[in-house]
Design a protein around this ligand. Structure first.
Ligand SMILES: Nc1ncnc2c1ncn2[C@@H]1O[C@H](COP(=O)(O)OP(=O)(O)OP(=O)(O)O)[C@@H](O)[C@H]1O
Ligand SMILES: [Mg+2]
Length: 243
C-alpha cells in the first residue's frame, strides 16, 4: 500500500548547519507517528518541511504519491491538506474563538459563516468548549486557547495534522486536557505526526516512534520496541535522560 506521506532522503541545511541529513519516513493513512529527540535534533524543521514552510535542499516528499516538494509549487493546496499546530497558538487576539476557527475555511475554502456554523459548533462541543465560542483569546486559559488552535486546524478537514510541542507551554493539568483532545483527534482517523518531549504520551498513543539524532532518524519502531528495547546506544542514552 502506498503510504499517505513518504519522505525520501530529505536534506535541509541552514547555511553550513546541516539540520536534516537524509530523512526517510513513511506514514500510513490514519497512523500516529511521534518524533522524539534532543533539542536541536531537527524535529521542528522536519515538520516544517512537510508543511512546505521550509524548502528542502534534496530528496522528496510525496503526499499520496505526488511530489509536493518541487521548488516553485504553490504551497496553498498542500497546506489545505496538511495542517500544522504550533506550541504558540497564534490566535488572532481581536477575533472571537469562533471567528479564529472560521477564518481559514472561509478564506481558503470559500465557505460561508452559515455553512460553517454547524460543523464548527460540533467541533467546539466535542472539545468541551461549546460555552466559549464567543470568547476572545485573552478570555481563555492557555489550555483552552490550545484547544481552539487544534479546532482551527481540524476545521480545515486536513488529511494530515502536524503538532509541534503543543503541550510544552502548558502546566501539567492542561497537558492532560490537550492530550485527551489528541486522543479524540486520533479516534477520527486523522493521520498525525507530532514532535513531543512527553514520552508518556508518545508511548501511550503513537503507532510509531522515531528517535531523531542530529538530523537523522536513528531508530524507529513501536513504542514498546523503542522504549523497552532500544537498539542504538544513543537512543538508550537519550531515554535514560528523559524517562
Ligand atoms: N530558520 C532557521 N534558520 C537557521 N537555523 C535554524 C532555523 N530553524 C532551525 N534552525 C537550526 O536547525 C537545528 C534544528 O532545529 P529544530 O528547531 O528543528 O530542532 P528541534 O528538534 O525542534 O529542537 P527543540 O526540541 O528544541 O524544539 C538547530 O540547530 C537550529 O538552530
Ligand atoms: Mg522544535
Amino acid at each position: 500500500m502506498t503510504p499517505l506521506l513518504r519522505m525520501t532522503n530529505v536534506q535541509k541545511a541552514f547555511g553550513d548547519n546541516h539540520v536534516l541529513k537524509g530523512i526517510d519516513l513513511d506514514v500510513a493513512k490514519g497512523e500516529m507517528v511521534c518524533l522524539i529527540g534532543a533539542s536541536g535534533s531537527g524535529k521542528s524543521t522536519l515538520l516544517r518541511t512537510i508543511n512546505l514552510l521550509e524548502p528542502i535542499d534534496d530528496g522528496e516528499i510525496l503526499l499520496d504519491g505526488v511530489d509536493i516538494s518541487e521548488p516553485g509549487l504553490d504551497p496553498q493546496p498542500v497546506r489545505k491538506r496538511i495542517g500544522l499546530v504550533f506550541q504558540s497558538y497564534n490566535l488572532f487576539p481581536h477575533m472571537s474563538a469562533t471567528d479564529n476557527v472560521m477564518l481559514a475555511p472561509r478564506r481558503l475554502k470559500g465557505l460561508s459563516k452559515a455553512e460553517l456554523e454547524a460543523p464548527v459548533t460540533t467541533l467546539f462541543e466535542r472539545f468541551g468548549l461549546a460555552d466559549r465560542m464567543g470568547h476572545y483569546p485573552d478570555q481563555l486559559s492557555g489550555g483552552q486557547q490550545q484547544r481552539v488552535a487544534i479546532i482551527r486546524a481540524l476545521a480545515m478537514q486536513p488529511e494530515v495534522l502536524l503538532f509541534d510541542e503543543i503541550t510544552s507551554a502548558l502546566d501539567p493539568e492542561l497537558v492532560a486536557e490537550v492530550l485527551d483532545v489528541l486522543r479524540a483527534v486520533r479516534a477520527e482517523g486523522i493521520t498525525m505526526i507530532f514532535a513531543t518531549h512527553e514520552m508518556g504520551f508518545a508511548r501511550e498513543l503513537a503507532d510509531k516512534v522515531c528517535f531523531l539524532d542530529r538530523g537523522r532518524i536513528l531508530e524507529a519502531g513501536t513504542p514498546d520496541q523503542l522504549f523497552d528495547a532500544p537498539k542504538e546506544e544513543r537512543t538508550r542514552q537519550f531515554l535514560s535522560q528523559v524517562l
